[in-house]
Ligand binder design. Structure first.
Ligand SMILES: Cc1ncc(C[n+]2csc(CCOP(=O)(O)OP(=O)(O)O)c2C)c(N)n1
Length: 319
């Protein structure tokens, strides 16, 4: 795999900063009561969506989860209409009906976030079966947490994908927590990648490092695209905040949270880029400023959008 050059490295960094700053803003506006429902942020996990989606074109597919803002953003979703959707406004991607947990955009191959744990996995597998059947050359990436790998559909999907050598990558962000339960009490294996052995497909585990993720995701996506079948890719990531915004995660202990925050995929990457003279501090300041301005504009746009009209509530539903 070709090593990413300077422009790519800056692109990865900018995308990671953007995801983090957007989610920080989401935490703020959600806490103000401006966003209805629930939101789950992926702060600490930004390396995975960037490393993975950098290999995908608009026509490739992804499925994501309740913690899926980063994937949608890395796949190229427009921030203004993303924000309008989360604010529950008509101008949003799904007319304000999906919010954060079911956000989708068929034009960008974003098959949807999913509030059902493991729910995106069979949908992605079906898309991979269709891509193979129609010989479109598309690749699918299903993203999910380690909790989802104990769901029945995960195992059924991997079996089908392995048998038919489907063009799919199963990308698990293992943040070691499923809601309020640590991995050790809900899983019999330590490494999710070991679950691949049951389906005789490659199982790869990688640290929360954007360059390593980019490399391993690249190999898995290439393999899928060449018709050589699926891979189970595990990313050992870190959840900084509670399961949802508002969860004080008292069950976890302050020291453990501080430990997770220390392993910051963004700060580590930033240090590397500064050390290698890819970026200077002034570049970082500029990138942050530009992103902040873009976010403020998107939030203003969402605030100014219109609320859904109750008379349209039943439109577009299959009843
Ligand atoms: C089928 C199903 N079971 C239970 C839940 C409740 N629930 C929501 S998120 C979650 C934990 C998911 O953990 P994981 O898959 O590791 O993802 P993470 O939240 O860590 O990103 C659970 C149990 C649900 N939404 N759907």
């Amino acid at each position: 795999m070709k090593k990413p050059g300077k422009a790519k490295l800056i692109e990865f960094y900018t995308k990671m900063v953007r995801i983090r700053k957007i989610e920080q803003k989401l935490m703020e506006v959600f806490s103000n009561g401006e966003i209805p429902g629930f939101i789950h942020v992926s702060i600490g996990q930004e390396a995975a969506p960037v490393g993975i989606c950098s290999h995908l074109s608009d026509s490739d597919y992804i499925s994501t989860t309740h913690r899926g803002h980063g994937h949608a953003l890395a796949k190229g979703i427009d921030l203004k209409f993303f924000m309008a959707e989360l604010f529950g406004k008509r101008e949003g991607y799904c007319l304000g009906r999906s919010g954060s947990m079911h956000l989708a955009d068929k034009n960008l191959g974003i098959m949807g976030a999913n509030g059902i744990v493991g729910g995106g996995i069979p949908i992605a597998t079906g898309a991979a079966l269709a891509a193979k059947y129609k010989k479109t050359g598309q690749v699918v990436v299903a993203t999910f947490g380690e909790g989802a790998t104990s769901e029945g559909v995960f195992h059924e999907a991997l079996n089908i994908a392995a048998i038919h050598k489907l063009p799919i990558v199963y990308a698990c962000e293992n943040n070691e927590w499923a809601e309020f339960s640590p991995q050790r009490i809900h899983m019999s294996v330590k490494d999710v990648k070991d679950r691949a052995a049951a389906y005789a497909i490659p199982g790869v585990s990688v640290s929360n490092d954007v360059l390593k993720i980019y490399e391993e995701a690249g190999k898995a996506i290439k393999m899928a695209r060449e018709g050589r079948g699926p891979t189970l890719l595990e990313i050992k990531s870190e959840r900084w905040y509670g399961h949802y915004v508002g969860d004080a995660q008292k069950y976890r202990g302050k020291e453990k949270v501080a430990e997770a925050m220390k392993k910051d995929c963004l700060l580590n990457f930033e240090k590397l880029l500064l050390k290698d003279n890819v970026l200077q501090r002034k570049d970082i300041d500029r990138i942050e400023k530009e992103i902040q301005a873009e976010i403020n504009e998107a939030v203003d746009f969402a605030r100014g959008c219109s609320p859904p009209d109750p008379s349209e509530m039943m439109d577009g539903l299959y009843v």
